[in-house]
Design a protein around this ligand. Structure first.
Ligand code: 5GP
Ligand code: ZN
Length: 112
């Protein structure tokens, strides 16, 4: 997806504040943080949203979820965190490259 912002961030073609990356996923700071810690975790492989996830994606989906606690802990979130996947326009998704919002610390929004 040559015109995808998050593919370009994953490839390093657009700068971002990365906190973690490996062969499967990249995690970087949200440019407009809604909480003290607000990260975006994305697969390197382009997929539009959770709506397009199929059995062939189970490996990276499971892997990304499994890595989140350690990545959160490395950002000081040892007490817990919130993970959100906005899906489709009705779910508030703006960037159509699947991403997991990882949020925590002060000013954690929602569910009050
Ligand atoms: P969505 O509403 O699609 O779930 O969330 C997209 C998120 O991407 C938003 O929280 C927004 O602040 C973030 N974002 C949009 N453009 C950029 C960018 O160029 N760099 C970074 N680091 N985050 C971005
Ligand atoms: Zn993409």
């Amino acid at each position: 997806m040559s015109d995808c912002l998050f593919c370009k961030i994953a490839a390093g073609e657009i700068p971002s504040d990365k906190v973690y990356e490996d062969d499967v996923m990249v995690v970087f700071k949200d440019i407009n943080p809604k909480a003290e810690v607000h990260l975006l975790a994305i697969p390197r492989e382009h997929i539009d949203s959770l709506n397009e996830v199929m059995e062939q994606h189970d490996a990276f989906m499971g892997y990304m979820l499994r890595r989140l606690p350690e990545i959160a802990g490395n950002q000081g979130l040892n007490d817990g965190f919130r993970a959100i996947i906005n899906t489709g326009k009705g779910g508030g998704q703006i960037i159509f490259h699947l991403h997991i919002h990882l949020m925590g610390g002060k000013n954690l929004p929602g569910f009050e």
